[in-house]
Write a protein that binds this ligand. Structure first.
Ligand code: AMP
Length: 283
């Protein structure tokens, strides 16, 4: 695996490869890699002869400075994991390399409704920061395919919107959520949980399963389902930001289900000060 630290070096290397017709698959990450990230690399490797990953903890997408400070970093382990998964190129930039003009430059991506609900509501400015870094990375790497995890459902919709807004010629590939055997969605933030809390955290997955079962059993009043889920998580020691059920295609939160449209249930909740998110598509 070749490691690049500057935008100029990686861009010129990848441009040469593109000129010879090599398809480039790209997996952007913030590091502290786990099997969820590695799943994206493996899928990219199946579909593209040249796989590029990046590790960059993006300061502009953290609305909470403490969350940014506590974000785990395991670069040496990450390099070894990427290498054994068959990643060809790693981009490991500094903050200055990504933001030569500084991090406070204002950005305004027109994400519409997506920038008002769920994660956007509880993490103001988060998706603007995500778009800022993803646009910069896309322009540096210029990939054919970009791989993102369904674990961050709303983020995937935002990236699709970004690709459309910027009219980029990039296929966004959505990859399934990797889970622990307990059902807990793998996440870099899980590293901040004690072993006991990792077991407790799988309650989020069970909540999603319960929501799915209730809907499949014919409950169409989604408000009741959401309220039950919030109170059950709260009783089990979580501090939920939201439990919502939305149209899977638009993310519009719904109170009643017409029995036809595909739904997605989404949860964001704190456990022991660690913010966890997960979702489940219900069709
Ligand atoms: P992050 O490092 O958290 O920014 O995540 C980098 C990419 O990995 C994003 O596209 C995430 O959606 C994806 N990802 C994170 N966790 C998982 C998971 N458990 N399963 C699948 N993809 C994931």
């Amino acid at each position: 695996m070749i490691i690049f630290k500057t935008a100029e070096d990686i861009s010129s290397f990848l441009l040469q490869r593109k000129k010879t017709g090599t398809h480039i698959g790209f997996v952007p990450t913030m590091g502290a890699l786990h099997k969820g990230h590695i799943g994206l690399i493996i899928q990219a490797k199946k579909e593209c002869p040249l796989v590029v990953s990046s590790i960059f903890i993006n300061p502009t997408q953290f609305n909470d400075p403490k969350d940014f400070e506590k974000y785990p970093s395991t670069v040496e382990q990450d390099i070894a994991a990427l290498e054994s998964a068959g990643c060809d190129v790693l981009f490991l930039p500094s903050v200055h390399e990504i933001y030569p003009a500084g991090i406070s430059r204002p950005v305004n991506y027109d994400l519409g409704f997506l920038d008002t609900v769920l994660e956007a509501k509880f993490r103001p400015g988060h998706f603007q920061g995500v778009c800022q870094v993803v646009e910069r990375l896309f322009r540096i790497v210029n990939p054919d395919n970009a791989y993102f995890g369904q674990k961050d459902y709303q983020q995937c919709m935002v990236i699709k919107k970004l690709i459309n807004l910027l009219q980029l010629d990039i296929n966004m590939i959505l990859c399934p959520t990797e889970r622990e055997t307990s059902g807990l969605a793998m996440s870099s933030r899980n590293m901040r949980l004690s072993e006991e809390n990792k077991i407790r955290a799988s309650e989020i997955y069970r909540t999603l399963l319960n929501i799915s079962t209730e809907i499949k059993n014919g409950q169409t009043d989604l408000t009741v389902i959401k309220e039950t889920a919030i109170s059950s998580l709260t009783k089990k020691g979580f501090i939920p930001d939201y439990v919502d059920i939305a149209d899977a295609a638009t993310l519009e939160p719904l109170d009643i289900w017409d029995g036809k449209i595909k739904l997605v249930a989404l949860v964001a909740a704190f456990l022991d000060g660690v913010r966890l998110i997960d979702n489940m598509v219900i069709s």
